[in-house]
Design a protein around this ligand. Sequence first.
Ligand SMILES: Cc1cc2nc3c(=O)[nH]c(=O)nc-3n(C[C@H](O)[C@H](O)[C@H](O)COP(=O)(O)O)c2cc1C
Length: 168
Amino acid sequence: MKFVDIVNSRFSYRGYLNKEVEQEKIDYILECARLAPSAKNLQPWKIYIVKSEKIRKKVCEAYAREWLKEAPVIAVFVGKKGENWVRSDGKDYLMCDITIICDYFMLAATEVRLGTCYIAAFDRERLKEALSLPENEEPFLMTPLGYPKPESRRERSRKPLSDIYEEL
Ligand SMILES: Cc1cc2nc3c(=O)[nH]c(=O)nc-3n(C[C@H](O)[C@H](O)[C@H](O)COP(=O)(O)O)c2cc1C
């Protein structure tokens, strides 16, 4: 697939089929994510791949949506506080690093025809508890990973290029 085709076929899927995800696909996606860049190459991250029904149930309590329960796998992207680059004016880039690795993960998932959906609106405390995260690990994003129900995607809606682009 050309890059533009991968980008064009990624949607936020809010519905998943009852079908297991092959471990080879998960390994491929993780390898792509591992190659993501980070500020000063500090790689201040960890990805939790939640497959166990018991922990998935707890994770779903942190974001109570029926469609999340359908996903056979949930990936949680965690930043390791204190291990990331901070600009000289104090700007913290941990969220930026985590967004990038999450994006690599999702685009790789798209290439192998799996569906994802960024989730940030979870209950942070519940999620930390569900994964028994240590104090220095901050969850920024999570996503279901699975074979999507095609009808669960919404129409693409984007601003025109003229609204978001300026040549100087
Ligand atoms: C940083 C970020 C956080 C998001 N959080 C949520 C969320 O908590 N729940 C949800 O259903 N969608 C969430 N989304 C998905 C957006 O609503 C979605 O990407 C946007 O509507 C564009 O649709 P598309 O992903 O299908 O292109 C999030 C997206 C981003 C980039």
